[in-house]
Design a protein around this ligand. Structure first.
Ligand code: BF8
Length: 626
């Protein structure tokens, strides 16, 4: 299908029109204005950090003599450090909550998964604790130590990464110390007059990829599972149409699901009283939305690009924000209505909103306060301004944690879950596995790159696992909806999916497997490591690839350096701002493969990208002789 024929999600289109009529500017309008002014900047080498410059659009060298390759590499390290800091900040916040639970100061959360607690405790090399509470404190301390220690490899890396990778990273001198010192040293190396060696800088970005994974994403997923439950299969509804005009609507938005969990509980408490009418309808947005979708079956209202549109329905009483990916523009959208926006993290305040600091020790109280605020605010709603498009929400199946995936495969052949997957890769029913992850972009038709890429991959019998906002648009095109006829899914892949579904008493599996929020990329590594171990090959030998067809956030950059360092062919729909340096582009898309076995590949066109990914998978198959 050509782009002109691509049918953009109708609900989003209708709400964009509605927003225009109301004079609410959306991300797409702002994109057009800013991109028109700044697209040349994408191809420039610009350094703004010292007062000899600024050195804008450097052709040869800046005032200090730094050439454009170094400027570009240095800027990329900066972007990568920001992304890694975001995930480490997430890991740190959730580790502190686990510690509070263990010590008894936090009572709003409990240890929901004692078995996982125990296996993580042992996996991190800890011993001697007698109770779950003691284990919780020790795990939290170990993770906080991983984040802060000046020297020594993080325990989580030793626990989770394959030994072969750890040795390679050591040999190539990118094996990391604690997350915070690594981020500090990354800032140090890009200070004026410091690192002026392009490859050294880019290997520094690889280090930050490991920081992101083992001091950010893994701690976040692991602790959230322990405290809030490991996801199980769940069916929910998606899109802006889950906003119910008849009810009091609350959006939980951000990335750390602790606040959202308290809000959901408070809403349940409120709704349990028959005297309370209308009821409260909590819906999710961005990764926090995905977390409560996976663990609590909360319906999902929208992704990063749909934030203003959700508010433009006029039916949102309150938006509760934790951290990351909140477009400040929602404040202007909210001014058209009665909608209240509450920020809760001291590092993530937004002018024009109410700030109520989240404190895990008072989580229940804060959850109730937010629900009361929403209920009270309902009286201020102007019903004549309410407009939710008259379309059915989409059905979606989520909840594929690694544990759930293994459990489902185990039903096919008890005791050999990974063997089921590996055998179907070997016998060509599944050609390979591709992780399609990350954001959605305003640079193209909404969802076009992701949806068409997914369609091409599943058509060619490639198993696709998803995390992040790409899953939103996938669900709007019914790629997460179970359908026993498996529309668009290659014959042999459909056969495998059907066998797994039947073994689990289900009508069908969805065409793509949704594994959670962006931090849950850690789950994908768990699966890939298990496959590599079972086949007794290196991870870079597997017929696999990663793709972020619509990446926008800095967080995606360290994730990309991590997947490349793992040895994975990594597709990006857009190139970071490195085009000014041919040497940097060549290193990222070619030379790095010699070092780690993985590399970046940039292509906006989803058909060309799918073709290339399939070629890579077929090459890997041939090399393995399967
Ligand atoms: O971590 S996919 S736009 S919401 S950054 Fe943000 Fe990108 Fe969405 Fe979650 Ni991830």
């Amino acid at each position: 299908m050509k782009k002109e024929k691509f049918v953009v999600d109708v609900v989003t289109e209708v709400m964009r029109k509605r927003a225009r009529e109301l004079g609410i500017r959306t991300v797409w309008e702002r994109y057009k204005e800013n991109y028109a002014r700044s697209k040349d900047a994408l191809f420039q080498a610009t350094c703004m950090t010292c007062q000899q410059g600024p050195c804008v659009n450097v052709k040869k060298e800046g005032v200090c003599g730094m050439n454009k390759d170094i400027i570009v590499a240095k800027n990329l390290v900066s972007e990568t450090a920001i992304g890694a800091a975001a995930h480490v900040g997430h890991g740190r916040r959730i580790a502190n909550i686990l510690k509070g639970v263990g010590e008894g100061s936090v009572t709003a959360y409990s240890i929901k998964e004692p078995e996982k607690l125990d296996s993580v405790y042992k996996g991190l090399g800890l011993f001697g604790a007698n109770t779950n509470e003691e284990k919780a404190v020790e795990i939290a301390n170990a993770i906080l130590d991983d984040i802060s220690k000046l020297t020594g490899v993080p325990r989580m890396l030793v626990y989770r990464a394959l030994e072969e990778r750890r040795k390679l990273w050591d040999e190539k001198d990118i094996l990391i110390n604690g997350g915070c010192p690594e981020i500090m040293e990354a800032m140090n190396r890009i200070a004026m007059g410091m690192d002026a060696d392009m490859e050294n800088l880019l290997l520094g970005a690889c280090r930050l990829g490991l920081v992101d994974a083992y001091c950010g994403m893994y701690p976040a997923t692991t602790i959230q599972d322990i405290l809030l439950g490991t996801p199980k299969l769940v069916q929910i509804k998606t899109n802006l149409t889950v906003i119910n005009p008849e009810e009091i609507n609350v959006i939980v938005h951000g990335h750390i699901p602790a606040l959202a969990d308290a809000v959901v509980r408070a809403a349940e408490e409120y709704n349990a009283d028959p005297a309370n009418n209308p009821k409260v309808n909590v819906v999710g947005m961005c990764c926090t939305g995905m977390e409560v979708l996976m663990r609590r079956g909360v319906n999902y209202a929208g992704d990063i690009l749909q934030q203003e549109l959700a508010i433009a329905t006029g039916a949102i009483e309150l938006v509760a924000v934790d951290i990351q990916c909140t477009q400040p523009a929602i404040v202007d959208a909210a001014k058209h209505f009665h909608t209240k926006i509450v920020t809760t993290d001291p590092m993530s305040k937004i002018e024009g909103t109410i700030h109520i600091e989240f404190d895990a020790e008072k989580a229940d109280e804060i959850g109730r306060e937010l629900i009361k605020m929403a209920v009270d605010n309902y009286a201020n709603r102007d019903q004549t301004k309410v407009y939710v498009p008259d379309y059915e929400p989409h059905d979606m199946i989520g909840g594929f944690s690694t544990e759930q995936l293994i459990e489902a495969l185990d039903k096919v052949r008890p005791g050999d879950a990974v063997g089921v997957l590996v055998d179907n890769i070997k016998n060509e029913n599944i050609r390979g596995i591709v992780a399609v992850v990350g954001c959605v972009t305003p640079r193209d038709e909404y969802g076009y790159r992701t949806v068409e890429l997914l369609r091409e991959l599943i058509k060619n019998n490639i198993l696709v696992v998803l995390t992040g906002c790409v899953a939103t648009v996938a669900s709007y095109h019914d790629l997460l909806k179970p359908d026993p006829t498996y529309p668009g899914v290659g014959e042999t892949l459909a056969k495998v999916m059907d066998a797994v579904a039947k073994a689990n008493g289900l009508d069908a599996l969805p065409p793509c497997i949704f594994m959670g929020a962006c931090v849950d990329n850690s789950r994908i590594e768990e699966v890939l490591n298990a496959v590599a171990n079972h086949l007794n090959v290196r991870i870079d030998q597997l017929p696999i690839a990663a793709s972020a067809p619509e990446y926008i956030a800095e967080k995606a950059v360290p994730i990309g350096f991590w997947t490349v360092s793992l040895g994975i062919f990594t597709h990006l729909g857009d190139q970071p701002n490195v085009a000014a340096s041919e040497r940097v582009v060549k290193w990222l898309t070619d030379d790095v493969e010699e070092i780690f076995g993985g590399k970046f590949y940039v292509e906006a066109d989803p058909y060309k990208a799918a073709k290339k990914i399939i070629e890579v998978i077929e090459e890997k198959r041939r090399a393995l002789g399967i």
